[in-house]
Design a protein around this ligand. Structure first.
Ligand SMILES: *Cc1c(COP(=O)(O)O)cnc(C)c1O
Length: 396
């Protein structure tokens, strides 16, 4: 039977060669590869500095330390995210204050932020979910007005461009590359906050195995990140002299070499993802009333971390997932709402009904197989299986 996993990295012989070269060089950590990867990454995003770290989660932790967030502080963020974004707020002893999401982009709803701001609020941790930029214009305006810092979790959205901030409707097309490609009218995610974090786990648009990148325009903050990722060493890197409490969040040379090759292909990797998303969108278009794809706000460029559809309200998702699995198709609920995880409920008293949009999306969403190499025939097979399965639960 054919088998379609949810995600798969796109690794070629260039990547194999680069990693092998590192292994043969004998320099496996703290060598030239990390520097080269960082320099090219900063150039791609358009920030002055980039600091490689061992994971996106590690990057988020350091970004919040860099923003001066600590015990007693509150950070506004989205409940519809991978758990790491909210957990990083807990790592520094602060409190995540969730704000519900927009019903179409699944990003934080800017209109609902201000009512959650208190004297303790220090920052907004914006998550750009599924490869689409959050609506940054009103968020920046509010952050200025209330003197809040912005930190971006861009782990799912490398290369995504923010356009005019128009609201999408379900009819909007799935992929609208900004005019002029990645240097069009839009502005790239990672350039809005005082710092931003990217991640390279194998299911992301590009991979290093495990790994992440912290970007900023501040030289001082970049120096702090470099010290913190390397056991708190001083900037002069004096032998075993530690200025502050640090961590081992370094990225190794094999990962950096892999990352550099992937980064040099990033435009291709993103274009391929957009192509597959368009196939899904076109093949699903007769069924949009039943299965709502992710709309892209006019002017935005989505770089497609996953391909999600929203199932009908009465669909039985577990049954659909089981039937698809029998046909070799891996589909998963993606993502649960963070405030409903037991340790968040216990610690903050959060409960069902607190963030109805996020909860409804979490209850109805289904991510479909999505990776480079998926053919149009495969997408058609997956769409047909999904539509048949959903139709079955509709009549029952
Ligand atoms: C992947 C991801 C991260 C970081 O993940 P790591 O596995 O630690 O690299 C953080 N936030 C979001 C939203 C993510 O999707």
């Amino acid at each position: 039977m054919k088998s379609y996993p949810l995600a798969k990295p796109h690794i070629g012989t260039d990547e194999e060669r680069a990693v092998l070269e590192v292994l043969r060089s004998g320099v496996l950590s703290m060598g030239p590869g990390v520097d080269a990867f960082e320099k090219e990454f900063a150039r791609f995003v358009g920030t002055k500095h980039a600091c490689a770290v061992s994971s996106g989660t590690a990057g988020l932790h350091l970004a919040l330390i860099g923003a001066g967030i600590g015990p007693g502080d509150e950070v506004v963020t989205s409940p519809f995210s991978f758990v790491a974004s909210a957990n990083a707020i807990l790592y520094v002893g602060a409190k995540p204050v969730f704000v519900d999401i927009e019903p179409f982009t699944y990003n934080i709803d800017p209109k609902k932020i201000e009512e959650k701001i208190t004297k303790k609020t220090k920052a907004i941790l914006v998550v750009h979910i599924f490869g689409q930029a959050a609506d940054m214009a009103p968020i920046i305006q509010l952050a200025k007005k209330r003197r809040l810092k912005i930190v971006e979790d861009a782990c799912e959205s490398i290369g995504a461009m923010y356009g005019q901030g128009a609201k999408p409707s379900p009819e909007d097309s799935v992929a609208r590359p900004a005019k002029g490609g990645f240097r069009g009218k839009g502005r790239m995610v990672g350039t809005f906050g005082e710092s931003a974090v990217f991640a390279f786990y194998p299911n992301k648009q590009m991979t290093t195995g495990e790994g992440g990148m912290l970007v900023t325009n501040s030289k001082r903050r970049d120096a702090l990140f470099r010290s913190l990722r390397n056991q708190g060493r001083g900037a002069d890197m004096r032998w075993l002299f530690h200025e502050r409490l640090g961590y081992n969040y370094r990225l190794d040379e094999m990962s950096a070499a892999l990352g550099l090759v992937q980064l040099r292909k990033i435009r291709f990797l993103i274009r391929e993802r957009q192509r597959i998303a368009r196939w899904y969108h076109a093949l699903l278009s007769p069924h949009h009333a039943l299965l709502r794809p992710l709309p892209v706000a006019p002017g935005n460029t989505n770089t497609w971390f996953v391909y999600p559809v929203l199932l009908p309200r009465n669909a039985r998702r577990e049954g659909i997932i089981a039937r698809l699995a029998k046909q070799g198709i891996s589909a998963k609920p993606y993502l649960p709402s963070i405030h409903l995880f037991p340790f968040y409920r216990k610690r903050f008293g959060s409960k069902k009904g607190d963030f109805p949009v996020s909860e409804e999306v979490s209850a109805r969403i289904l991510a479909l197989p999505f990776y480079i190499g998926l053919t149009k025939t495969a997408v058609a097979y997956i769409v047909n299986a999904l539509v048949a399965s959903v139709a079955r639960t509709q009549v029952q």
